[in-house]
Design a binder for this molecule. Structure first.
Ligand code: PLP
Length: 298
């Protein structure tokens, strides 16, 4: 857990994606303040409708991880929500300043947010919150218990109903948070969403990896799930290690045959799964330690 009152916030006056500002103009478009300062209007559509997008990056020893992967996904989410394309140079500069506000050792996070802005203004609101973490991330070693929860959408939801924004990283995370509360009511730590036609998808804040024998499988991202940046980094590493890593549909019934499984995400990194519903799973210690060592040191 982190102390939110210690966070710094960096507001951006969003530049058009094709603008060519010099460094001074970019610097002048970013304003730093304390996260407790009242800055967000009650008329902002991000606050009143959850109409916006976000990314969360892990920061380790003064370096933000996966900047380009997260910016790529921000651009993709903006396109899905018909938001103006972000100016990548401005976001990179703002992230650099946000990282510099954090301690040079230890772990933390950047949350970057782009909303549709104040109703009627047509101008998006954009900011980054930089926060140091005080968690010891014990779940990376001890693991988590998950329960499967029906997401209520079929696997082809993204094609069938793109307006549901399945697979975009929108600010509308109330459903995801409700799923985690339901998992806790069922005495688990986290939820694994399953499609209405019975396929394992993702967690409310993480991607699923499953090992069947020698092969690691993650659910295909065309099933209306978020393409995970941590999963992608782990796949690049697995491939460099000569291991088999595949994208596939994963019928929930097939989880009974899993030899190991993980939830992976930018801040928690790789958390081994020790139970899916009533089925216990052993922790694959070597692979878990290998993934986390790579994610911490990249
Ligand atoms: N799936 C969902 C729904 C998420 O919200 C997240 C991250 O918050 C992930 C997967 C994992 O993505 P990443 O590894 O880029 O953090």
């Amino acid at each position: 857990m982190s102390n939110p009152s210690a966070a710094r916030v960096f507001f951006l006056s969003p530049l058009p994606a094709d603008a060519e500002p010099d460094d001074a103009a970019i610097a002048a478009s970013i304003a730093e303040s304390d996260a407790r300062d009242p800055r967000l209007s009650v008329l902002d559509l991000g606050a009143s409708r959850g109409d916006g997008i976000f990314e969360t990056l892990g920061v380790i020893d003064g370096r933000a991880h996966g900047i380009e992967d997260h910016l790529g996904r921000l651009v993709r989410s903006a396109r899905m929500l018909d938001l103006p394309a972000p100016h990548l140079g401005q976001w990179r500069a703002a992230m650099e300043r946000a990282v510099a506000s954090l301690p040079s050792t230890g772990q933390g996070s950047l949350k970057i947010v782009l909303t549709r802005g104040i109703e009627g203004s047509g101008t998006p609101t954009a900011w980054i919150v930089a926060r140091a973490s005080t968690s010891d991330f014990a779940e990376r070693r001890t693991g988590i218990r998950v329960v499967t929860l029906d997401r209520g959408w079929p696997l082809d939801v993204a094609d069938r109903a793109p307006w549901l924004l399945a697979g975009a990283k929108t600010l509308s995370y109330a459903v995801n948070m409700a799923a985690i509360r339901e998992a806790k009511r069922r005495e688990a730590d986290d939820a694994l969403f399953v499609s209405s036609d019975g396929f394992a998808l993702e967690g409310p804040t993480s991607s699923l990896l499953v090992r069947f024998g020698d092969t690691i499988v993650t659910p295909s991202t065309d099933g209306g799930i978020l393409p995970g940046t941590t999963q992608a980094a782990i796949y690049r590493w697995l491939e460099s290690e000569g291991r088999l890593a595949e994208y596939d549909t994963v019928p929930a019934a097939r989880l009974a045959e899993a030899d190991a499984a993980w939830f992976v995400s930018s801040v928690r990194l790789a958390a081994p799964i020790t139970a899916i519903d009533d089925r216990q799973l052993a922790i694959d210690r070597d692979l878990t330690d290998g993934m986390n060592a790579m994610l911490l040191s990249r």
